[in-house]
Design a protein around this ligand. Structure first.
Ligand SMILES: Cc1cc2nc3c(=O)[nH]c(=O)nc-3n(C[C@H](O)[C@H](O)[C@H](O)COP(=O)(O)O)c2cc1C
Length: 210
C-alpha cells in the first residue's frame, strides 16, 4: 500500500505534526510505502500532485489554527479540488493537534476536512484530535505506550490499523498524559522563553501594531 503522509504545519522542522507522523510511521509494516509530503506553504507543486495521485491513502497532520485549518493548508486543499487527483477508493484521514489541553478542540477542524472530502468525492476515513500539542515536538522518543505520549501512541496505533485495513474509524480525541495544570505551567514557561529569545518581553504582547 502507498500511503501519503502530508505534514500540513507551516513549520518545516520541529513541528508537532511532523513528530506525530514520525510516530505513526512506526506502526506500519515495511511492506507499505510511505510518501513524505509537506504542505508548508500556500502552493502544491505539480510533483506533489503527481505523487498524491499514486497513493492509496492520504493522511493529513496539521495544527489547529483559530479552531480551524491553517490558511496555507486551505489554499492547498482548494488547489487539490481543481485537480483530477481524487479517487473514490482512496481514504483520507486527519490528525489535528492543538495547543489547548483538550483534543476535542480539534473537532471542527476534523469536520472541515471531512466536508472537503465530501465535496471532492474522497472517502473520509476518520481522524484524531490531539490536545497538548505544544510540547510534542520536544518530547524525547520513548518506547510506544510510555510517558506523556502513551494515550496518543494508542490512538495512532489504532488509526494505523484502520488505514492498513482501509477501514473507517470514528473521530476520536486524546490528550497528553500530564495533569492539566502541569501542561499549562510548561506552556506558560515555553512562550515566555520564546518571547525572550525573540528579544521581547511579555508586556510587549499588549503593544499595538504600528
Ligand atoms: C496562528 C495560530 C493559531 C492557533 N490557534 C489555536 C486554536 O484555536 N486552538 C488551539 O488549541 N491551539 C491553537 N494554536 C496552537 C497550535 O495549534 C499548536 O501550537 C500546535 O501544537 C502547533 O502544531 P505544529 O507544530 O504541528 O505546527 C494556534 C497557533 C497559531 C500559531
Amino acid at each position: 500500500m502507498r500511503i501519503a503522509f502530508i505534514n500540513g504545519s507551516p513549520k518545516v522542522k520541529n513541528s508537532a505534526s511532523g513528530a506525530l507522523l514520525e510516530d505513526l510511521k512506526g506502526y506500519f509494516s515495511e511492506t507499505n510505502e510511505i510518501l513524505d509530503l509537506g504542505f508548508h506553504t500556500t502552493d502544491v507543486s505539480e510533483t506533489v500532485k503527481a505523487e498524491l495521485s499514486t497513493a492509496d491513502a492520504w493522511i493529513f497532520a496539521f495544527p489547529l489554527y483559530v479552531d480551524g485549518i491553517p490558511g496555507h493548508l486551505l489554499s492547498c486543499l482548494a488547489q487539490l479540488e481543481e485537480e483530477n487527483v481524487h479517487h473514490s477508493k482512496r481514504q483520507v484521514y486527519g490528525i489535528v493537534n492543538c495547543g489547548f489541553y483538550e483534543g476535542i478542540q480539534a473537532k471542527h477542524a476534523l469536520r472541515i476536512l471531512q466536508n472537503w472530502c465530501t465535496k471532492t468525492n474522497n472517502p473520509w476515513g476518520g481522524g484524531i484530535g490531539i490536545g497538548g500539542g505544544g510540547g510534542l515536538a520536544m518530547m524525547p522518543k520513548l518506547e510506544p505506550g510510555q510517558g506523556p505520549k502513551a494515550p496518543i501512541d494508542k490512538a495512532l496505533s489504532m488509526l494505523a490499523e484502520k488505514i492498513e485495513q482501509q477501514e473507517i474509524q470514528e473521530n476520536c480525541y486524546v490528550s497528553v498524559a500530564l495533569p492539566r495544570f502541569a501542561y499549562k505551567l510548561g506552556a506558560q514557561m515555553g512562550w515566555r522563553q520564546m518571547i525572550k529569545a525573540n528579544g521581547k518581553k511579555a508586556s510587549n504582547l499588549a503593544d499595538r501594531p504600528e
